[in-house]
Design a protein around this ligand. Sequence first.
Ligand code: NAD
Length: 458
Amino acid sequence: SDVHAMSRQQLAVQRARKSFQTGKTKPLESRIHQLRNLLRFVTERRRDIAEAVKKDLSKSEHGTELFETLGVEGEIKLAIEKLAEWAAPRPVEKSLLTISDEVFMHPEPLGVVLIIGAWNYPWAVTLQPLVGAIAAGNAAVIKPSEVCCHSAKVMEELLPQYLDKDLYPVVTGGVPETQELLRQRFDHIFYTGSSAVGKLVMEAAARNLTPVTLELGGKSPCYIDKNCDITVACRRITWGKFVNCGQTCIAPDYVLCDPSIQNRVQEEIKNCIKEFYTDDPKTFEDYGRIINKRHFKRIMALMEGSTVVVGGDSDESQCYIAPTVLKNVTGESKVMKEEIFGPLLPIITVSGVDEAIQFINEREKPLVIYVFSNDNKLIKRVIAETSSGALLANDCLVHFTVSSLPFGGVGNSGMGCYHGRYGFDQLSHMRSCLIKQLKMEGVNSMRYPPHTAKKLGW
Ligand code: NAD
């Protein structure tokens, strides 16, 4: 009868914990076995995944492969290949005092991890943290975003056919269900989503002293130096901005550039939009839709007070907003007050890199800063004088795919990081181990009372 009184969320967590406590995730072979099953899921169910994402976000099948499943597959393969190395004891430097001891860090699993995902890349932001959780030997409760209801349903139905059902349950639901989950005790919470909800997650975690990873968003600036190849820069920016209709946490949010290149930037981006999405992006299969009416209305309202110079048209019945470029934007414009998370690209003019740096530093620390320049010194200056989760020069988005770089935010854009080894480390406890011998007692005489001057040699 106890079982009946328990919520679905409570039950899932309890089962995961019991299962974790059997110790079955400790052997590396068992983790590799689960990782291989996850890989099999992603490859065998590629069609189901792509179809769900198409229903959720009107993304093309190849778009989903390119931006979601390929990356997950790469992370799983890397983890399988490197697990023995990652999980091995890590010797640390010795001193005279520890010269004959064993001194090392031993990565150990944390326990039960809660993974809460966002809707914009519904598979990547849930399965990639899961790779780290499995590799590190944890159990994990997976909560996909309810906003992508088709993806959440496929995950709930199909993932348990591949993974250990008790160790890695998928628990679906919206805000009340997530709140019920957050009332449970976890050993780590890995959250991807907005900064506002990130604060609620951290508050809930604090009650149990549960550590958190927060993968949040924000306004990622993009500075274009007037002395760079503006044509190539704008091509890469157009791609990074309008993929997934701008609903990408690392999308360049706004452009900063010198007034003398503003019109050129605007024209180049206009040409690229046409090249990538034709004259009619609305009917073009590689251009998606805004996730729902609420976000559609929010994004449309952000245009108020700015001048539309490219695009601007929309269709509420389809949640369609054309790739749009805005001019006459200032730091005070509506579009600069929150993360856009949609296909609007404001251009703000600044007198040069000094003003760009100042503009950036007056705001919250972004997830990424983009710089386009031929001048390596200028790029290094931006690195030295600003702060952000990452800095990418002369391209967009691709740092996400570099598994040897930690991915994560700082300040308002989040805390903690993952991908590759960093995902493993993030969800492990680095236990300090010191093994001494019961020998050479003579050297310890100094520390035992009485602390006479004679013994200390003073
Ligand atoms: P969302 O609305 O799907 O929310 C994310 C998760 O939080 C969902 O699982 C949802 O159920 C849960 N949630 C929502 N409200 C809650 C509440 N009041 N209490 C408890 N749980 C709640 O997604 P979103 O927040 O709109 O996602 C978009 C944001 O995510 C953007 O800011 C984007 O930049 C950011 N993002 C960041 C990354 C990253 O890796 N840093 C990746 C993708 C998205």
